[in-house]
Design a protein around this ligand. Sequence first.
Ligand code: B12
Ligand code: SF4
Length: 513
Amino acid sequence: MERDANARPMTVHLVNPSHLSFGVGVITPRWLFVLAAATPSTHGRPQITDETLEPLELDVVQPGDVVGIGIHTGNALRGYEIGTQARARGATVVFGGIHATLYPEEAHERGGAHAVVRGDGDVVWPLVLDHAVAGTLQRTYEGGRVDADSFLPARWELLPEGRYMWGSVQTVRGCPKHCSFCSVWRTDGQKPRQRGVDGVIAEIVELRQHGFRFVALADDNFYPVTLADLAMAERQKNADRLEQLQTLRAERFELMERLAQLPSDMVFFTQITMEAAEDEAFLDAMRRANIKGALVGVEAVTPEGLKDVYKSFNDVGEALVLRLRKFRDHGVHVLGSFIFGLPSDRPSTFAATADIAERAGVTFAQFVMLTPYPGTVDFEGWEKRLGEGAKKVSGIPVTRHWLIPQADRPKVYTPHPVMTPDEIRAGTQAVWDRFYSLRRIWERSRCTPNLRARLAFVLISKLYRQMYANTGIATDSARVNRANRWARLIAKPCRRLFVARPLPALASTTADA
Ligand code: B12
Ligand code: SF4
């Protein structure tokens, strides 16, 4: 049905669901501000709600409004709750994001969706809004994988004042690897879609103008072309491929040169494979560019563990320690990401992993429990194995674990050959406790230049642990609530450590400076 021309103008709401709100957010959820940029001005100023800050006030949603909800697997259930409530208030509900891309029907069945956008929203969103106004909405839209040239810059002027610690700018989407637990290479593709340098720099300059000194480069893999890839193309005498790879690599260096020209108080963080340790020129360019930290997917510290996850390009043992130290030697701090619960893990794996993390000098670490995420090779095998016999919790089969109410949701899903779920959970918790003990944090804080920075380091380490470990691993709700309260309390003072004086007059960098 077409909208009545005399009706009040509709409002476009964009909602990032979360069942936990911390008052302050660590990283800006980029999709909100990209979709805002894709919203034509004829539809007014989009209303943005990030529930990691505060829950959505439903009263703001009026009949005839459009509510766009972006979901990943972990927040899908809360997203469905919002969608159902918004639809009951007479709004048009549209879902998007990785989870809706994988399960569009679920958003219809459980989330009150009028429409679902699969894939990237940058190009297709204006069409969806036009159809919503005209009353001609389709059930599903294929946003596809848009070219890097079509990635929209985020509308940072819509950021709420003083709520986030880090800005986020994506420089490349997609990853050439094929890890078994990861959906990126299947949904975003294995061909790196690398954004032009000017667009990336313009966004970062804008964020610095607003007082953001810390920016997460929200990339899947900041090192999409390895030296081994170049050597292989040369060996195969594949001139086209070689040229393509060389261009991508050259653009990475160009980006880093431009980052290096920005105010020296800026700090960047990215995600990268440990292969970059082979490439000293790249690491040196990262240091000059103030890319001071990177999440490195270590995943496992044994050859069997790496085989489990199809990640044989990683190292183990002493070679692994040396590789990780290489980053640190080049001024790039590592946030090591480790997985527990792999089939080859044994009770001794927990301590062995903690040892390696410490010896390798990683500055931060996260220890996640193997979770079969939809869209991954692991998920498909697991779902098939369990079949109709999958155990049910609250009437929901564990193969749809994201639909189990948060309070009853188990923390471990993949059956393990020798450990019980409780053993895996307790082992993982113990490693978090060990790595983030005050004594160890204090030792690690030596990497900072002065006492003030050391204290800041301690605070941030504690916040990280509360936000990501206790709220995600603990099964007892008292512990989760305590962690949530703690995180709320320390998040505000932590934010102050990240912001800088706004520089409204900051100019962009130039290619030939
Ligand atoms: C940066 C990042 C992070 C950062 C920052 C998160 C943040 N606050 O933004 C950090 C490191 C904190 C993080 C944490 C985690 N992440 Co993460 N993250 C990413 C990453 C690399 C980029 C996200 C991003 O900013 N993209 C840029 C925006 C513009 O793209 P987008 O979000 O996809 O949105 C586009 C479309 O999806 C669509 N769209 C999105 N929403 C909507 C809504 C509507 C209405 C419409 C029309 C369209 C639409 O349009 C957008 C523009 O094209 C993605 C991978 C990826 N390539 O997206 C993983 C990814 C989202 N993360 C993932 C995971 C698993 C996690 C963790 C659970 C990891 C962990 N074990 O701890 C946590 C969860 C934290 C949490 N509770 O949210 C998975 C999600 C898989 C899944 N099925 O849910 C992804 C896909 C990576 C992967 N390995 O598979 N992550
Ligand atoms: S885990 Fe990292 S390296 Fe592996 S496919 Fe995903 S993004 Fe690429």
